[in-house]
Design a protein around this ligand. Structure first.
Ligand SMILES: C[S@@+](CC[C@H](N)C(=O)[O-])C[C@H]1O[C@@H](n2cnc3c(N)ncnc32)[C@H](O)[C@@H]1O
Length: 426
């Protein structure tokens, strides 16, 4: 099977990296995701283990498409009967820039119209094969067909994920402006947060970043307990079930083996008691409450965590007047400036964040939170001082080495002189 793992804007390389870490051979890395090949075992692994990837699509067909006639004919060419029969409910959604001349009588003017054309061709195909048509279901179909347009090319996919992978199923209680679970995982991947690492999110909101961190810390699969679209496809059910059962069994065994650590590696705090309650509830549902300390606290009074701890957070924005917000950023910047050895990453959608925060980021990653442009600023606190110290230490070492070399040379010279004298006198 040819697969496409879709990625939120700016995260394709992170998705490629996580696919490689799952021992899957990555093909082309595209702006909208990552191409791979594989059987049901790979699909199951992706569905259960992907943290950053948004959907797993099975590729059916790609063809030239300039108008509605091309779309109908191209859709009829796909090998539908390998995947669908008329017992399943079917839905079609179309995305991407619509091709061709909009003035033509066969123009594809809207995505809804394009989706209808694909649905017509699919219904005709199945009616021809089985004698009756499948039911069309827009909201929650058994088989979700995805039509993607790229220039004058069109690709048809089946969505193996069903609900997008960011719907892990643990976040029932929310706060204003949460990040999605896949964006939280992308943020963590971009900071290099890895198994066994420690994290503080001092503005945790509904706890998404901290909960994703807890799962990574303990090596827990984000999709072990949820259902996937591919399980409702009417054909090849046994193969699919077998592949998913195997991956889920392994993932669940890891969760059962999880030991509650004495000192909890993930700290989530927020000034708003409702956010703290939401984080606690969500962490419990995700099964990681035992790895987390969840408290009500003001980020401006955050205490320095142990060295090498990640401080990763998503600061508030937009909900207050600019000055108040910038004062908060400034206070936080001053607070964390002395946390030597910490790796800080702050996600912000506020233009003036960097100036108000008062620290110069080592690097910045552009991301999207839904429809919003956001930036993830990375700071290696104390790194400049550490670099300077390291340089001083290196200089000192080099001086010591020079001094030792000089001593050794002097000793050699003395030895040579002595032996020369001995030779001369003997
Ligand atoms: C953008 S939200 C974080 C959303 C979170 N990433 C999530 O996925 O739900 C920002 C949070 O900062 C919190 N906050 C604002 N001022 C704070 C302060 N001084 N100390 C701690 N938390 C604060 C707000 O209560 C809010 O929950």
């Amino acid at each position: 099977m040819r697969l496409l793992v879709t990625a939120n804007e700016g995260t394709s390389q992170l998705v490629a990296d996580e696919c490689s870490a799952l021992d899957l051979r990555v093909g082309k890395v595209r702006w909208d995701g990552v191409e791979l090949t594989g059987g049901f075992a790979n699909v199951a692994k992706l569905l259960v283990w992907l943290r950053v990837g948004e959907r797993v699509l099975v590729h059916l067909h790609t063809f030239d498409c300039r108008d509605a006639r091309d779309l109908y004919e191209g859709t009829r060419e796909a090998k539908w009967l390998e995947w669908v029969d008329s017992s399943a409910t079917v839905g079609v959604v179309a995305t991407g820039k619509l091709p061709g001349d909009r003035k033509s009588p066969h123009a594809l003017r809207t995505h809804v119209f394009a989706a209808q054309k694909v649905k017509d061709a699919l219904v005709d195909e199945l009616r021809g094969a089985f004698g009756h048509r499948p039911d069309i279901e827009l909201r929650d179909p058994d088989v979700q067909v995805i039509v993607r347009f790229f220039g004058n090319r069109c690709s048809l996919f089946l969505d193996a994920s069903g609900a997008p992978l960011h719907r892990r199923g643990y976040r029932f209680t929310g706060v204003e402006a949460p990040v999605s679970e896949t964006l939280a995982a992308a943020i963590l991947a971009d900071t290099g947060f890895a198994r066994g690492d420690r994290l503080v999110d001092p503005m945790c909101g509904s706890g998404t970043i901290a909960i994703e961190a807890a799962m990574i810390h303990a090596g827990l699969a984000p999709g072990a307990e949820r259902a996937f679209g591919i399980e409702r496809w009417p054909v090849r059910r046994r193969e699919v079930r077998k592949a998913l059962d195997r991956v889920r069994k392994d993932a669940r065994a890891r969760r059962r083996a999880l030991k509650r650590p004495k000192d909890r590696p993930i700290l989530a705090s927020d000034i708003d008691p409702q956010a703290v309650a939401a984080t606690r509830q969500n962490a419990r549902t995700a099964g990681v409450e035992g790895l987390m300390r969840i408290v009500e606290a003001d980020a401006r009074e955050l205490k320095a965590p142990a060295a090498r701890t990640h401080i990763t957070t998503n600061v508030p924005w937009g909900e207050r007047i600019g000055e108040e917000l910038e004062a908060l950023y400034g206070d936080m910047g001053k607070r964390v400036a002395s946390f030597d050895g910490c790796r800080l990453a702050v996600l912000s959608g506020h233009e003036g964040f960097v100036d108000a925060f008062g620290l110069r980021p080592d690097r910045t990653t552009e991301l999207r939170n839904g429809r919003l442009d956001v930036r993830l600023h990375h700071y290696d606190i104390g790194a400049n001082d550490r670099d300077a110290n390291d340089r001083d230490a290196n200089d000192r070492d080099a001086n010591d080495r020079d001094a030792n070399d000089r001593d050794a040379n002097d000793r050699d010279a003395n030895d040579r002189d002595e032996s020369a004298e001995q030779t001369a006198s003997s």
